[in-house]
Structures are given as C-alpha cells and as structure tokens.
Design a protein around this ligand. Structure first.
Ligand code: GLO
Ligand code: MG
Length: 346
C-alpha cells in the first residue's frame, strides 16, 4: 500500500525526456510509449497525463474516426495496466498553424484550427475516461507588444473556452498559467488571471486551474500562496510540482531540488486544504538533468515522489502548537528557526 493513500501520483510521457536543449541534441535514447507506461507502473504511479498527440500520435494526419479508434485502444491498454488517464491537453504549440498563437492567433483560420483541435481533444478525454482538459496556453501572448491587442486576445480566449464548454457539458477546463517561455509575455500569467477569466466564461464553475511550482516562481510568486488562493475558490484541479532556481529558463527540476522550504510550504498547504480528497492527482512535471545517464533516467520521478512523501511526514509532524505560540508572541525570529530545525531534523 502507498505510504500516503490519500495521494495519487502521476506524470506525462514528456517527463521521460531525452536531454535535448536549444544548444544541443539528445543525451539519452528515446523510449517507446510502452516502455514509459511500464516504467510508470514499476515506479508505483497511479495515473498518466496526456497531450492529445501523446494519446494519438500524428493526430493531424488521421481522420476523426481513426483518432477515436486509437484512443479506444489506448483506453484498453491503460485499463489493462490499471493506470488512469488524469487529463488530456491539446498541444497547441507545435503545428505550423500555431506559430502566431492558437486561440489568439491573428489569423481566423488558425484560430479555427485551434478550437477544432481542442474539441477533438475533449472527445479523446471522453474516451479515456477523464473529464479534465488542461490548457497550457503556450503561445497565447506576444514577442512584441504591438503585434496583438490584449483586450481582443482576452475576448478570443473567452470565446475559445466557451466553444470547449459548449462542446461537452461535463468537461472541466484547468488553465495552467505560465508567465513566459516560449512567449516574452503570456496572456494568462498567474493563477489570478486564470480564475478571473474563468468568471467570463459561459460556465465559470467548469473553469479552474492547474498550478505548476516553477511557473509560479517564474512569475515571482510563492507557489504555496498560489495553491492556497486557488483552493479558496475550490478550483485547484491539478498540480505540477517541480522546482526552479530563480528567474531563468523553465527548469522543471525535481521537486524540492532548488528550495526545500518552498517545497515544504507547498506540501503543507496541500495537506491543510485537503487537496486530493476529491480525487485530484499530484503530478510531477519534472525532467532529468541533461547530464543524466540512461540508467539513471527515472530518478527525477522517484526522487520527486520520495521528497513529496517525506515532506508530507514533515508537514504532519510540524510542531504546530509551538509555532502558534511563537506567532501569538510575534516571535517570527524563532518561528523561522523552528521551521529550519524541523526541516533539518532536530
Ligand atoms: C511547460 C508546461 C507543460 C505542460 C504540459 C501539459 O512549461 O509545464 O509541460 O504542463 O504541456 O499541458
Ligand atoms: Mg506543467
């Protein structure tokens, strides 16, 4: 039995990455989907996240009937392995039609492509048995301010949300905010933006968010506070726990790798607010370091989970009473040390 039966864990096929960066090629051989599914099971994870084209490769070259047929085959495979599909996300940043953005492209034909592909993504999610669609709005933003109109882009995003919500009355949309990369500035950079735009949609209750630790840090925010904020609205439907060393390229480091205390506070908030009790998954959106040898290429996943589990134990054994006494006395100096001592194990 899992150490923390309350939590279910998951990763996506892209988290078994091969080490390519903008300056050099892969450093590890590519593995097949079957290999990744086997590894995920071996590691004791419960679910898998999917982009639409992870579920159905070369999706744009296939007929709608073929796409659904392949999604059904995948569902059978997953059932056979006892693995749940946590979510499906339309990958709207690879295809030539999405060069200038997807829902906010300046070209109406390309906006149509993005919406059609999103509807198909919902159909795939239905087949895979999940009601959760994740929207990482990768190219919805600008490289230069004058190329788009921010007000119009907001309207276009609402139109796209509405088209998806109308396509399926049960589906929930979790916006995954990120402030930059690949864009200079993204249109929905924070949790606040995601929850605000949800209010403009035709069914606000079905638009929520997914918080990724690194994305919050890139926005200069504390991921634990972002989590608390979204939980206050009952709208945190998934998390991508990882780590990020300051304002750099998106690093997707193992959870806790850069700042253990920031990781501890995220776990503490997840525990306090009851995250997971409605079936939400703990997902790790982490990548191996480029230097990682093939034989160590699953360690970023097992290590992230180990850190999470140990921080759950730390959150549960936190000397709350002593902490509250220090808070009441405004003795934050000793509160600080109490936290450090707790994390250091004394
Ligand atoms: C990139 C994002 C990305 C998404 C994934 C699911 O910065 O974190 O990995 O989480 O594409 O939509
Ligand atoms: Mg992510």
């Amino acid at each position: 039995m899992a150490k923390n039966p309350r939590y279910r864990f998951c990763v996506g096929p892209w988290n078994f990455s091969e080490g390519r960066d903008p300056y050099g090629p892969e450093t590890r051989p590519a593995q097949s989907f079957d290999w990744k599914l086997g590894a995920l099971k071996e590691l004791g994870f419960d679910g898998m996240m999917f982009h639409d084209d992870d579920a159905v490769p070369d999706i744009d070259s296939k007929s709608p009937a073929q796409v659904l047929k392949e999604a059904k085959e995948l569902k059978k495979r997953l059932d056979g392995e006892g693995i749940v599909a946590e979510m499906v996300a339309p990958r709207l940043w690879f295809h030539p039609n999405t060069i200038d953005g997807a829902y906010t492209s300046n070209d109406a034909k390309q906006r149509r492509y993005a919406i059609d592909r999103s509807k198909q993504c919902i159909d795939i999610a239905n087949v895979l048995g999940t009601d959760l669609i994740v929207l990482w709005l990768a190219r919805e933003g600008t490289y230069l301010r004058e190329s788009k109109n921010g007000r119009r882009s907001t309207d276009l995003l609402v139109e796209a949300l509405d088209a998806m919500l109308a396509h399926d009355k049960r589906i929930r949309l979790a916006i995954e905010p990120k402030p930059n990369e690949p864009m200079d500035h993204a249109y929905i950079p924070t949790t606040g933006h995601a929850l605000a735009i949800a209010q403009l949609a035709m069914a606000p209750a079905r638009v929520g968010c997914l918080i990724e630790s690194a994305h919050a840090i890139l926005a200069g925010l504390d991921p634990a506070d972002e989590i608390d904020f979204a939980m206050t609205f009952g709208k945190l439907w998934s998390v991508h726990l990882n780590d990020q060393n300051g304002l750099k390229f998106d690093q997707d480091k193992p959870f806790g790798s850069a700042n253990l205390r920031v990781a501890f506070n995220q776990v503490r908030v997840l525990e306090r607010t009851g995250y997971g009790k409605n079936g939400e998954f703990v997902c790790f959106d982490v990548h191996p370091f480029r230097t990682t040898k093939p034989e160590h290429s699953l360690k970023h996943l097992s290590n992230s989970r180990e850190t999470f589990e140990r921080l759950v134990a730390k959150a549960r054994s936190f000397p709350e009473k002593a902490a509250q006494k220090l808070v009441a006395d405004r003795n934050y100096q000793d509160l600080d040390q109490l936290v450090l001592n707790h994390l250091m194990g004394s």
